[in-house]
Write a protein that binds this ligand. Structure first.
Ligand code: 13P
Ligand code: SF4
Length: 328
């Protein structure tokens, strides 16, 4: 579907090193009537150039309501795909087609279809971090900010399959007292945190609050003072009267936390080895250079099969309707 020029996932065009990329991107954006949507896990400079920064729900809502001609999505593939599904007539650009997601990869469509067949009387609630093929096999999509409410809106005796994140699924089961059948998937970034190192850090910083994303393992969540989506974690850090926070999610969110609360200290929760594995390698594939080229040449464009787009749209629209009913 994509040209040979895009085999690396992005256009390899030389950029004049004397260019001020912030200025050039803003110029192209206005000239082409493009909106830049960015997830909180993007590098700080990308967040600073974005028109809207948000969590997965906020980004989907923003993608649904934009009247720009072009959406440049600084996030990962499933997020850009969701924007395209909600806006089939618009051009959706993604700086690097290879910006995937380990969680989405943990749920291959053929295997998931077979799993679904084993549970014929269950409805399927799927976390937005999945491919369009998985969305097309789902009844309702959710994100970390509406998942609990969506599950609670269903009758208590409704049998549910939850996919692909087993950690988020287990967290919802615990919160709602349900017994959803869980697909065995996980995010490589949120599974890397070391409980032992977090406990040591808490001893060194006794006043610090541990705030965690629900994609983390249960043992980390049990120790958390607050659990929520990236937006919820950011809002909590603004409102809390504590001055120190240990943040158990991808490090990109620290940029907005620090900007919103310059007097507070944010410590990234440590991984279980010495690498920077709490940086998402997919999110971090995006750069200002790739964004500049994507806007200039209007490539890579996210392309989708029409019938897949239509079947993936239904459960996303259902999620957006439920979210607005819940006031989210
Ligand atoms: P939210 O920003 O919706 O909390 O999702 C986190 C995430 O892992 C996105 O890939
Ligand atoms: Fe996927 Fe995890 Fe990266 Fe989010 S942080 S995009 S869930 S691999």
């Amino acid at each position: 579907m994509y040209s040979e020029e895009l085999k690396k996932g992005y256009l390899e065009k030389k950029i004049d090193p004397s260019l001020d990329l912030f200025k050039e991107i803003k110029y192209l954006q206005q000239k082409k009537n493009a909106v830049i949507l960015a997830h909180y896990y993007q590098d700080a400079d990308i967040q600073d150039i974005a028109d809207y920064i948000g969590d997965s729900l906020g980004l989907a809502q923003e993608a649904q309501k934009t009247d720009a001609k072009i959406i440049l999505f600084a996030g990962v593939h499933f997020m850009a795909e969701t924007a395209k599904i909600l806006n089939p007539a618009k051009k959706v650009l993604i700086p690097d087609l290879k910006a995937g997601c380990s969680l989405a990869d943990s749920c291959p469509p053929e295997k998931f279809a077979a799993f679904k067949q084993q549970h014929p009387d269950h409805i399927v609630i799927t976390y937005i971090n999945c491919t369009a093929e998985i969305k097309a096999l789902s009844d309702i999509i959710c994100t970390s900010s509406n998942a609990v409410k969506i599950v609670e809106s269903l009758p208590k005796d409704q049998k549910i399959i939850f996919a692909p994140d087993k950690n988020l699924g287990a967290y919802i089961n615990k919160k709602t007292g349900r017994n959803m059948v869980l697909w065995d998937g996980a995010c490589m970034v949120h599974e890397i945190f070391s409980l032992e190192k977090i406990i040591k850090l808490k001893i060194q910083h006794p006043e610090a609050e541990l705030i965690a994303h629900p994609e983390c393992e249960a043992a980390v969540l049990e120790k958390a003072d607050f659990i929520g989506s990236t937006t919820a974690l950011l809002n909590y850090s603004k409102k809390s009267n504590k001055k120190e926070f240990i943040v158990a999610t991808e490090t990109g969110i620290l940029h907005q936390m620090q900007k919103a609360s310059p007097g507070k200290t944010f410590i990234p929760a440590p991984p279980n080895n010495s690498c920077a594995c709490n940086d998402c390698p997919y999110m971090k594939l995006n750069t200002l250079e790739k964004i500049y080229n994507a806007l200039k040449y209007e490539q890579p464009e996210l392309l989708m099969d029409e019938s897949l787009l239509l079947s993936a749209k239904k459960p996303i629209v259902k999620m957006l309707e439920l979210s607005s009913r819940f006031g989210l």
